[in-house]
Ligand binder design. Structure first.
Ligand code: CP
Ligand code: NVA
Length: 308
């Protein structure tokens, strides 16, 4: 049966661990696995800008012996000119998988319903599940076991990153804390789904407004831009509303002394995080950015195995 990866919880906790284990193996020898030999083509479509996602998918598909086909919406018939379902019907006869960065989650669902090949969410307004696989791989490398670790996210709790931390962190058995102003709190249905998962894995998901309480004793400190793609018109309000959630050296000092700092990037230094933190000794952002490559290769290999 075709499996898709549109949200972090489209896989089970056991499958998440399996994909992370595979990523560790693939990272040891980048060119050993040729699952896309042929070469098979993978379509990678962008409605929004990207550096890391574009490069890591293109390089990862090539590492696996495949051929990446990078499509920007402006130069295609997507984006109001053709439906996701019709696009999917065209692509599935020629490509092995479809990776798509878009706005509405619903478009991804329509794409997945319309096709027999795996569809991967490369970031939507609601979730960024590929980033989470890379982030969990990075935390695992630096901290060992994920289960039981406290991960605290600061800023826009309603963002794709916050939602994905809640779901994927809960799946990994972590204690996820989301600290944001009440009007930027994560979506209630996402929190409820994450808490249901956490009840099975031994993790937890807590929504807070107090940044100091959220930081206390945490093992992983995380933030993301305050102005996600598509929210540019709200920039001034967001910079004002989220300012007390900035990750500073003082906030870091409230976390565990061995805490690490991660950020999906791109970052706005001086806004959501101070330069001394993101460029400091506790930051592992460059490992995190590299791990997009290894984690997504593992995801593609795993998805194609399910379809075989
Ligand atoms: N973190 C991330 O997805 O980066 P890009 O927007 O550069 O792809
Ligand atoms: N929340 C950010 C993540 C960028 C990788 C955005 O959606 O713009």
């Amino acid at each position: 049966m075709t499996r898709h990866f549109l949200r972090d919880d489209d896989i089970t906790p056991a499958e998440q661990a399996e994909i992370l284990d595979l990523a560790v193996e693939l990272k040891k020898d980048r060119w050993a696995d040729k699952s896309l030999a042929g070469p098979k083509t993978v379509a990678v479509i962008f409605d929004k800008s990207s550096t890391r996602t574009r490069v890591s998918f293109a390089v990862g598909i090539a590492d696996l012996g495949g051929s990446p086909l990078i499509i920007t919406t402006a130069s295609s018939q997507l984006g109001g000119k053709e439906t996701p379902a019709d696009t999917a019907r065209v692509l599935e006869r020629q490509v092995a998988a479809i990776v798509w960065r878009t706005y509405a989650q619903q478009g991804l669902e329509e794409m997945a319903e319309g096709t027999r090949v795996p569809v991967v969410n490369a970031l939507s307004d609601d979730f960024h599940p590929c980033q989470l696989l890379a982030d969990l791989l990075t935390v695992r490398e630096h901290k060992g076991e994920l289960r039981g670790l406290a991960l605290s996210f600061f800023g826009d709790g309603r963002s794709n990153m916050a939602h994905s931390y809640a779901l994927a962190g809960a799946m990994a058995g972590m204690h996820v804390r989301i600290a944001s102003p009440a009007e930027y709190a994560p979506r209630e249905d996402v929190v409820a789904d994450a808490q249901r998962i956490a009840a099975e894995t031994g993790g937890s998901v807590t929504v807070l407004t107090d940044p100091e309480e959220a930081a206390a004793g945490a093992d992983v400190i995380v933030t993301d831009t305050w102005v996600s793609m598509g929210k540019e018109e709200e920039k001034q309000a967001r910079l004002r509303d989220l300012s007390v959630y900035k990750v500073t050296a003082e906030l870091m000092s409230r976390a565990d002394e061995k805490a690490i700092f991660i950020h999906c990037l791109p970052a706005d230094r001086g806004y959501e995080v101070d330069a001394e933190v993101i460029d400091g000794p506790q930051s592992v952002i460059w490992d995190e950015a590299e791990n997009r490559l290894h984690a997504q290769k593992a995801l593609l290999v795993w998805l194609l195995r399910q379809a075989a």
